[in-house]
Ligand binder design. Structure first.
Ligand SMILES: C[S@@+](CC[C@H](N)C(=O)[O-])C[C@H]1O[C@@H](n2cnc3c(N)ncnc32)[C@H](O)[C@@H]1O
Length: 423
C-alpha cells in the first residue's frame, strides 16, 4: 500500500487538447527534454529541472497547463488517501495564509468503484488542513473562486492495461496523484483575444493544426480563407517569428509589476532566491527579444479572409492586440467558395476551419462545404489545403481525395484535419 515517489515516477504533467499529445512530445523534445511519456490528454516528464519546467510554461505553444506532481501512491480507499496525504509537509508547499482549491478527477474505474469523487476531495482537504494545524496551529482557507493554490487529485486504475477477466492480487488498487498547477490562467489564453467571435479555436489547438501541417514558416504562404477572429493567422505569425506564446502575458506583467504565473506564489519558487533571480532576469530579457522577433516576421506570407465584415473587424482588433506588424499578416473580406490566390501566389498552405453547423447557424452548410471543395479544386492548384472540421457527413461534401486525416478534439467535438494535395 505504502509507496513514496521514486525517480521513475513522473515529476511533471503537461496537459493539452486531446489529439495534440504526440505533437506535444515532439515540442518538448525540441526544448531538449528527455524521459517524456505520452499519456491521454498530455505528456508526463520524469527528469526536468525547475528552470526547464519554467521554460515549458513560457514557451510551449501546445500545452494547456503544466502540473508539478507532489505525491503519487497506491491507495485502496479513502483511509489510505488520508494516511498518505497527511504524511506530507504541506506547509513546505504553500503558506498557511494562502487559499487553496482541490479539483478531483476520477477515471472510469474509479468512478465505478469509489463512486463519489467529492468524498475523496474532502478527505484530501482534511489531511492537508490537519497537517497544517499540527505544524502551524492554523489551517489554510479553501477558496472556490480564484484560489492562490490549485491542487488536482487524480485517481485512476493502477492496472489500466489488465485484461478484463485477468486475476490480479491488487484488484481494486488505484493510483492517487496529487499535483499543483503551475500556470494559473491556462497557457492557451495568450492575451490577444480582445474581440468577439462566436466560435474561435483554442489558441493551442490552432498552433497544433499549423504544426501538424507541412507549412514552412518564413518560406511559404499560409492562407486562412475563413479566418474568423484570426487565431490561426496570429499563431502562424508567432511561429514564424519564433515569438514565445506567453509574450503578451509577460509584457503586461512587467509593465504592471504583477505576477504572470501561479508558480510565482509557490514555495519551491518563492524560497529559491537563485531561481527567482534567474526567472525575473530571464523574462526581462525575453521581453526585449520577443519585441524584436515580432518585427522580424517575414512580411507578405501570411494572409486571411472572412465573409463577415464583423468578424474581419475582430480579426484586425486581435492582430493589433497581439502586436503583429501590419506587413506580417494581411486580412481582407472574401468568399472562400469563390476567391483564388493573388496573382503572384503560386503555392503554399491553404488552411481553414469552416463552420460546423454546431455553434454557427449556416443556411446551407452542406453547400458551403461542397462549394469550398470545388473552389479549392479549381482555383488553388499548387497549394496543399487543410480543412479542420467535425461532422463526417459535411466532410464528405468536399469532393476531393484526402491525402491525410489527422484526428483532434475541439473541446468534446471529435474533429479531423483533412489534407488535400491540389494539383
Ligand atoms: C468556425 S469559424 C472560424 C473561427 C476561426 N478559426 C477563429 O479562431 O476565430 C468559421 C468562419 O467562417 C466564416 N465563413 C463562413 N462562410 C464563409 C465563406 N463563404 N467565405 C469566407 N468565410 C466564411 C465565418 O464568418 C466564420 O468566421
Amino acid at each position: 500500500m505504502n509507496q513514496t515517489m521514486n525517480e521513475k515516477e513522473p515529476t511533471y504533467f503537461v496537459s493539452c487538447p486531446s489529439g495534440v499529445e504526440k505533437l506535444l512530445v515532439d515540442e518538448l523534445a525540441s526544448f531538449g527534454l528527455n524521459d517524456l511519456k505520452q499519456e491521454k490528454g498530455g505528456v508526463s516528464l520524469q527528469t526536468a529541472d525547475e528552470k526547464e519546467i519554467i521554460s515549458v510554461v513560457l514557451n510551449s505553444r501546445l500545452a494547456s497547463r503544466v502540473f508539478k506532481i507532489l505525491q503519487s501512491y497506491t491507495i485502496y480507499d479513502k483511509d489510505d488517501l488520508y494516511r498518505m496525504a497527511s504524511q506530507k509537509w504541506w506547509h513546505k508547499e504553500f503558506d498557511v495564509d494562502q487559499t487553496f482549491k482541490i479539483q478531483t478527477l476520477f477515471d472510469f474505474k474509479a468512478k465505478k468503484i469509489l463512486k463519489n469523487s467529492n468524498v475523496y476531495g474532502l478527505t484530501l482537504k482534511d489531511a492537508i488542513c490537519d497537517q497544517f494545524r499540527k505544524e502551524c496551529n492554523k489551517r489554510p482557507d479553501v477558496a472556490k473562486e480564484d484560489p492562490d493554490i490549485s491542487l488536482t487529485l487524480r485517481i485512476e486504475d493502477k492496472y489500466p492495461n489488465r485484461k478484463k477477466n485477468e486475476d490480479a492480487p491488487e484488484k481494486n488498487n488505484f493510483m492517487a496523484i496529487i499535483s499543483i498547477d503551475l500556470c494559473g490562467t491556462p497557457l492557451n489564453f495568450r492575451g490577444y483575444r480582445s474581440a468577439y467571435h462566436q466560435a474561435p479555436l483554442r489558441e493551442n489547438l490552432a498552433a497544433a493544426l499549423i504544426m501538424a501541417s507541412d507549412w514552412k514558416p518564413n518560406e511559404e504562404i499560409l492562407f486562412d480563407g475563413m479566418c474568423g477572429s484570426a487565431t490561426i493567422l496570429i499563431e502562424a505569425a508567432l511561429i514564424a517569428g519564433g515569438v514565445s506564446p506567453s509574450y503578451l502575458r509577460v509584457f503586461e506583467a512587467i509593465e504592471n509589476n504583477q505576477q504572470v504565473f501561479a508558480f510565482e506564489e509557490q514555495s519551491w519558487f518563492v524560497d529559491n532566491n537563485q531561481l527567482k533571480n534567474w526567472f525575473y532576469d530571464h523574462i526581462d530579457q525575453e521581453c526585449k527579444n520577443n519585441k524584436n522577433k515580432l518585427k522580424n516576421i517575414e512580411p507578405g506570407l501570411i494572409f486571411g479572409s472572412d465573409i463577415s465584415p464583423g468578424f474581419l473587424k475582430s480579426a484586425r482588433a486581435n492582430l493589433k492586440e497581439a502586436r503583429i506588424p501590419k506587413e506580417a499578416v494581411r486580412v481582407d473580406l472574401g468568399d472562400a467558395t469563390k476567391d483564388g490566390p493573388g496573382a503572384n501566389q503560386k503555392s503554399g498552405v491553404y488552411i481553414c476551419n469552416p463552420p460546423y453547423g454546431e455553434r454557427l447557424v449556416q443556411e446551407d452548410i452542406e453547400k458551403l462545404y461542397y462549394d469550398l471543395g470545388e473552389n479549392l479544386k479549381n482555383n488553388w492548384k499548387g497549394f496543399r489545403a487543410y480543412v479542420f472540421t467535425s461532422d463526417p457527413s459535411l466532410r464528405k461534401k468536399i469532393a476531393l481525395q484526402t491525402s491525410e486525416r489527422i484526428p483532434f478534439f475541439n473541446g468534446k467535438l471529435e474533429c479531423r484535419l483533412l489534407k488535400y494535395d491540389l494539383y
